[in-house]
Design a protein around this ligand. Structure first.
Ligand SMILES: Nc1ncnc2c1ncn2[C@@H]1O[C@H](COP(=O)(O)OP(=O)(O)OP(=O)(O)O)[C@@H](O)[C@H]1O
Length: 126
């Protein structure tokens, strides 16, 4: 295959992987909902460059860990669909990684937006 065509093919496979996760994984749709909401919040509150960077890094961590989680689930199911202690460990560890990133994302969102939301609320009340 020519290098350019092979590069385009690899983008197409990557797109198919992302599309698969978005269509089949409910958690991925929830992540994208919050990514959209937080992005809108960032625009409305005109957050600083460093805050955008923090948010984009956390978006990426949550979404990519969810994708790795899906890949691990599928790989485990390929090996066995029977109950197995090792299968359970592999899936639980992958799910744990997503949870850690999601909790950190909530903390980052809190640090970026909490004081701004409080300021708006104070403006309304007083
Ligand atoms: N073959 C197995 N052997 C033992 N436990 C398993 C097995 N498959 C799944 N489990 C257990 O069920 C949990 C959910 O696994 P499943 O493959 O159904 O993922 P899921 O419900 O699609 O998860 P997610 O919400 O992350 O997409 C795992 O974390 C694990 O504890």
């Amino acid at each position: 295959m020519k290098p350019m065509r092979s590069l385009l093919k690899s983008f197409q496979y990557a797109y198919e992987g992302m599309r698969y996760c978005l269509i089949t994984q409910r958690n991925m749709r929830i992540h994208f909902f919050f990514v959209s909401l937080v992005t809108l919040g960032g625009i409305v509150f005109k957050i600083q460059l460093v805050e955008w960077i923090a948010l984009f890094v956390t978006f990426s961590l949550v979404i990519t860990s969810e994708m790795f989680n899906t890949a691990i689930e599928k790989t485990v199911d390929l090996v066995t669909e029977e109950w197995s202690e090792k299968a359970k460990i592999a899936k639980d560890v992958a799910a744990g990684a997503v949870l850690i990133n999601a909790v950190v994302a909530v903390l980052v969102g809190f640090l970026v937006f909490f004081h701004r939301i409080v300021e708006v609320l104070e403006g309304w009340i007083f």
